[in-house]
Write a protein that binds this ligand. Structure first.
Ligand code: F6R
Length: 251
């Protein structure tokens, strides 16, 4: 695991976008696994800037998002499909047919989940997976539980996730209670993983991911076993870890 600690959110976004753009330049038809939420916004802003100012070409890129709320239409402002359009997909020259997000309005969740895994596998898997991390250590919507789940599946969101994500909704009651999330297999099979985290609310989860036991109660801990993972954090998200002590003690 490589850990890069930078000054602030904007620098996290620049560093993550640098790694993603390198993948796009090396492999123009790459498959990117993407995340939503507050953390990747600076990354997507920087990718859009690179598209506009540096000609970063998305015309052959395919994207697969990690998750979607069950029950929200793609044009619902809080759906992850809407988020992705708003922050990246409608702002670069990616082909609509190359962008994929689990269908939150499906009537056949099981079939939708297995078809999503098959689509990723048929395309040769993900070349790079971008991840955020939940305060409870979730990745995608793989919530803490008794076992790691390999396949894309339906998940009941934990109270902590519902509370954390209520900031995007008018009130907590409006947050969907269930979602579709890709499982650990497509994440762990990605050629490269870039995990980003900012702010002190993530410090405990980042610490448990980096140093904790590999247990399903901290889904992100499984990432310790991935051979090509770069964790990009700001100082606040690293606070309290022994790595932070050694990095910052010289100042
Ligand atoms: C969303 C996702 C989640 C988020 C995590 C952190 O697609 O994969 O795991 O990355 O909940 O969210 P933010 O960045 O909003 O703190």
């Amino acid at each position: 695991m490589k850990v890069i600690c930078v000054e602030n959110e904007a620098a996290v976004g620049k560093e993550a976008a640098r790694l993603i753009s390198a993948m796009i330049r090396l492999k123009p038809d790459c498959n990117l696994g993407l995340a939503t939420g507050t953390t990747p916004m600076t990354t997507y802003n920087e990718l859009v800037r690179m598209y506009k100012e540096e000609g970063l070409d998305f015309s052959k890129v395919s994207t697969f998002n990690l998750d979607e709320y069950i029950g929200l239409d793609a044009d619902h402002p809080q759906s992850y499909a809407y988020f992705m359009d708003e922050h990246l997909l409608s702002k670069v020259n990616i082909k609509k047919e190359n962008t994929h997000i689990p269908n939150g309005k499906t009537l056949r969740v099981d079939r939708t989940c297995s078809a999503y895994d098959k689509k990723i596998e048929d395309r040769g898997g993900l070349d790079l997976q971008l991840l955020g991390i939940g305060r409870n250590g979730h990745i995608g919507f793989n919530e803490p539980g008794d076992k790691f789940v390999a396949e894309t599946h339906q998940i009941n969101l934990t109270d902590d996730t519902i509370e954390a994500n209520s900031r995007f909704f008018e009130c907590e009651e409006d947050v969907p209670r269930t979602a579709i999330t890709t499982g650990m297999r497509s994440i762990m099979h990605a050629g490269r993983i870039v995990l980003i985290a900012t702010g002190e609310s993530k410090a405990d989860a980042v610490h448990a991911m980096l140093y904790g036991e590999i247990i399903p109660q901290v889904p992100a801990s499984l990432l310790q076993l991935h051979p090509e993972i770069t964790v990009i954090v700001d100082r606040a998200a690293l606070a309290g870890s022994s790595l932070a002590d050694s990095l910052f003690s010289a100042e």
